[in-house]
Unconditional design. Structure first.
Length: 161
């Protein structure tokens, strides 16, 4: 069942890279007391994700922050090593927190995954963005076509913050 606007996010452990290596972070702690833009995508280094989705949020980060966003986070069903390498390749720096949902636990818990086995990708995240306030979903923008990053993109999110 897909999470809905007004619902609290599930408490799941994600991974992100720090100087000490892959580090777990609980969603209950990460989103507590913050206004967060979370966007998710099928995979690091894939065309739409690399050419549109992530770059859009890197470019619009200052605009989102000026509207009160405390954190911008990118999530994919990839491991923390891949997410870190992709963030570095894209120049995300400290602008976008790169989160690995390696086992797809968060993706399954929010009901926003799909089976990409036919493409050799296994279980993946659908392409979407969320505006989250203190752990509660305020906006949810899911793409009908995973090859597009319009409804889930930074420009659309700016109109919702």
């Amino acid at each position: 069942m897909t999470i809905k606007v007004g619902e609290k996010l599930p408490d799941v452990t994600l991974m992100h890279m720090t100087d000490k290596g892959p580090t777990p972070v609980k969603t209950s702690e990460l989103f507590a007391g913050k206004k967060v833009v979370l966007f998710a995508l099928p995979g690091a280094f894939t065309p739409t994700c690399s050419n549109q989705h992530l770059p859009g949020f890197i470019q619009k980060a200052g605009d989102l922050q000026s509207k009160g966003v405390d954190l911008i986070a990118c999530l994919s069903v990839n491991d923390a090593f891949v997410m870190d390498a992709w963030g570095k390749a894209q120049g995300a720096g400290d602008t976008v927190l790169m989160l690995g949902d390696g086992n797809g636990d968060f993706t399954k818990a929010v009901g926003l995954g799909f089976d990409g086995s036919g493409f050799g990708m296994g279980t993946r995240s659908l392409r979407y963005s969320m505006l989250i306030d203190d752990g509660v979903v305020k906006e949810l923008n899911q793409e009908a076509n995973p090859g597009e990053a319009k409804l889930s993109g930074a420009e659309h999110m700016l109109s919702q913050v």
